[in-house]
Design a protein around this ligand. Structure first.
Ligand code: PEP
Ligand code: MN
Length: 338
C-alpha cells in the first residue's frame, strides 16, 4: 500500500501519518520527492482500512500496490534509487562500467587487467572466484585466495570490486574483500540465498536467470528488499531462446521495461548476453542507448589463454576503443561515462 501525501503537506503531517502507521505495526518507507512525499507501507495491509488513512490531514490518496512485487515497484517508490558504493553512484546520470576477467586466475593477471580497465575508465573490477561451471571438470575458481588477490588489485588501482556468490556459506568469506555481491543467473531463484542477502548490508547485483521472465527477476529482488537490504541492482545478461548462432539472446528490451516497473538500477552484461567477442561491442553500445545504468564487460589481457569465457572476453585495446564510443552514446542521451 502507498499513502500519497498532498503537494505541500507539512512535515508534522508526514510525521503524524508515519507514526500512525507504525503504531499499527507497519514499516514505512518514505520517498520524499521534490513536490510530494509518498509513504510506502510494508506489512499485511489487507486489514488496513484505506479510508482511516485518507481522513488524516495532509493525505491525498491511499493506493494498493497491485504488482506482486511491492518494495521493488515504482509505484511504491516513484523516484530512482541511486546506490552508492564508496562514492560510485549506480542509478544516477553516470553510466558505470564494471570490467575484468571472467575468473581471477593469478596475481599478475588480475593486476594487469585492473590497471588497464581503470585507465580506460572502468570504476568497478569484476572477477569470479567461485565459478558456476557447467562441467565439474572445468576450472572452478580460486576461492577465497582469489578474492584476496582481487582486493589487492582493486585497492592498488582505486577500483571497487564485484564477485559472484554461489552459496550462503560464502557471505562471510566474501564480505571482507568484495564491495558488491553478484548473484549469478543460475542462482536468481535460490531463495534461501536471496533471503540471507536480505540480511547483509552489501549491495547486490542480481542477474536475470537463463529462462526467467522480467516479473520473476523483479520477484527475486523483492526477497532481498523485503529481507531488509534495499541495495539491489538488476542485470540483464541474456536469456536462452531457440537461437543457436549466439550463446544467449541479449534482451535489450528488458532495460527500459525494468526501469519503468522498478525504481532500482539495472545494468547490462553483453559478454554473457551474446557470448561472442566481436558482438559484445555492438550490444554494449545498444545497452547504453537503451538506458542502462551500467555495464559489466569481460576483458582479459590474454583472452586466448583465459581459463573461462575467453571467446567473449575483449582484448584491452578493444575495451579502450569501446569506452570512447560509449562516451559519445551516453552524451547523446544526456548521460555521462567518465
Ligand atoms: C559471470 O558473470 O561470471 C557469470 C557466470 O555470469 P552469469 O551468472 O550471468 O552466467
Ligand atoms: Mn564469464
Amino acid at each position: 500500500m502507498i499513502v500519497v501525501m498532498q503537494k505541500g503537506a507539512t512535515e508534522s503531517q508526514i510525521v503524524h501519518v508515519t507514526e500512525t502507521l507504525k503504531e499499527l505495526g507497519y514499516t514505512v518507507h518514505p520517498d520524499r520527492g521534490e513536490h510530494q512525499t509518498i509513504l510506502g507501507v510494508v506489512g499485511d495491509t489487507r486489514s488496513l482500512d484505506a479510508r482511516s488513512m485518507e481522513v488524516l490531514d495532509g493525505v491525498a490518496e491511499v493506493l494498493r500496490v497491485t504488482e506482486p512485487y511491492k518494495m521493488v515497484s515504482r509505484s511504491f517508490k516513484p523516484s530512482d534509487t541511486v546506490i552508492d558504493i564508496k562514492g560510485i553512484q549506480i542509478g544516477g546520470p553516470e553510466v558505470i562500467v564494471m570490467a575484468g576477467p571472467c575468473s581471477i586466475e593469478n596475481e599478475s593477471q588480475i593486476h594487469t587487467i585492473a590497471a588497464f580497465v581503470k585507465k580506460a575508465g572502468a570504476k568497478i573490477l569484476r572477477g569470479g572466484a567461485f565459478k558456476p561451471r557447467t562441467s565439474p571438470y572445468s576450472f572452478q575458481g580460486l576461492g577465497v585466495e582469489g578474492l584476496k588477490i582481487m582486493k589487492d588489485a582493486a585497492d592498488a588501482n582505486g577500483l571497487v570490486s564485484i564477485s559472484e556468490i554461489m552459496d550462503i556459506a560464502q557471505i562471510g568469506q566474501m564480505e571482507p574483500y568484495i564491495d558488491i555481491l553478484q548473484v549469478g543467473a543460475r542462482n536468481m531463484q535460490n531463495f534461501a540465498l536471496l533471503k540471507e542477502l536480505g540480511k547483509t548490508r552489501k549491495p547486490v547485483v542480481l542477474k536475470r536467470g537463463l529462462s526467467a521472465t522480467i516479473e520473476e527477476l523483479l520477484m527475486s529482488a523483492e526477497y532481498i528488499l523485503s529481507g531488509g537490504n534495499a541495495q539491489v541492482i538488476f542485470c540483464e545478461r541474456g536469456i536462452r531462446t531457440f537461437e543457436t548462432y549466439t550463446r544467449n539472446t541479449m534482451d535489450i528490451s528488458a532495460i527500459p521495461v525494468v526501469k519503468k516497473r522498478s525504481h532500482l538500477p539495472i545494468i547490462a552484461d553483453p559478454s554473457h548476453g551474446i557470448g561472442l567477442r566481436d558482438k559484445v561491442i555492438p550490444m554494449a553500445r545498444a545497452a547504453v542507448a537503451a538506458g542502462t545504468d551500467g555495464l559489466m564487460i569481460e576483458v582479459h589481457n590474454e583472452p586466448d589463454k583465459a581459463l573461462s569465457d575467453g571467446a567473449q572476453s575483449l582484448f584491452p585495446e578493444q575495451f579502450t576503443q569501446l569506452m570512447s564510443e560509449l562516451r559519445a552514446i551516453a552524451r547523446a542521451i544526456g548521460r555521462t561515462i567518465e
